[in-house]
Write a protein that binds this ligand. Sequence first.
Ligand SMILES: Nc1ncnc2c1ncn2[C@@H]1O[C@H](COP(=O)(O)OP(=O)(O)O)[C@@H](O)[C@H]1O
Ligand SMILES: [Mg+2]
Length: 362
Amino acid sequence: MSARLEAEHLFKVFGRKPDQAVERLRKGADREELRADGITAAVIDASFTVEPGEIFVVMGLSGSGKSTLLRMLNGLLEPTAGRVRFGGQDLTELGDRGLREVRSTKISMVFQHFALFPHRSVRENAAYGLEVQGVPRAERERRADEALALCGLAGWEKSWPDELSGGMQQRVGLARALATDADLLLMDESFSALDPLIRRDMQDQLLELQKTLKKTIVFITHDLNEAMRLGDRVAVMRDGRIVQLGTAQDILMRPANDYVASFTQDVDRSRVLTAGAVMDREVRGDEAGCDCETATPATPFVELCAISARVPHPVAVLDEGGELVGVVPRQRLVGFIGDEQAAPGTCDSTRRQGGGKVMAHA
Ligand SMILES: Nc1ncnc2c1ncn2[C@@H]1O[C@H](COP(=O)(O)OP(=O)(O)O)[C@@H](O)[C@H]1O
Ligand SMILES: [Mg+2]
């Protein structure tokens, strides 16, 4: 059974007198001010909760503090201030020994460049975490094989790492993390080094695995498309701070500031948005008058476009009980994909939404 992860007002400051620096940050100082004094504020006041079974993505440019944040979550770095709780246990209060124990049994990490041992078989590599825990050979091989099978590597157990492609090696890394049966998976740019197609494949695989495993996952990436594809929720970091936390649709529809908005310009909206996000909630009542096709709030954007092309009037959006909850006029769809139109409705109508690249994939 997975558990809830809680980060409470986490700070990490590198440099002299970190506690004083935290005080200044709490009063609103930013990274640049501290940098002038030779202090790096890597993470500033990060708070969030990750529910069991959730994929929580932390997205931000290089240097924004993602890895530092992740290392505080598994106790590899001690926070300058703040707390981390996992399954109700306060990791920040554990000593070194307790932390090592938690790290080896409850938390697994998958890095960008997964270092496989070249002289160990794929099976031995996948079993490594269990070996560290002192699990007997027969059991650890059985569990390693199971994890490899989950990651699509059945039949490769006896191969050597150099016989595997980069994508397959990364799968071994994932299998190693899964083999220990840890509840919390921390993934730091785990797919960033892979070619786009293999990367997509790995994202699909992770989403598929998560349906049954329901781990608590924190996934770090600098790619907003990847973030939106994987994340139940996404935290956007900038200069050490979380500047927005929300679902992919929240971030697309209501970017917290121009910085976040600039990222969303490159996002493939058609893959993220659903009818519920784009519909007009002001229903006059005469839109759903015929037996035409309708949508639900969960209908994906691409499908919505197809329905819109087939019905002569705005598409009616019905909830589970068949109640009319919104309508989508055809112009509205164009507003989300065209170059010139501002996205209507739920967001600030004066703010231009980035567009233009969307239909390329639709
Ligand atoms: N051990 C350290 N000592 C000093 N500065 C560090 C240390 N680790 C990270 N930093 C600084 O903290 C900031 C955030 O780094 P990091 O968490 O690695 O960002 P990201 O993973 O988003 O690229 C950067 O400015 C980095 O140089
Ligand atoms: Mg990093």
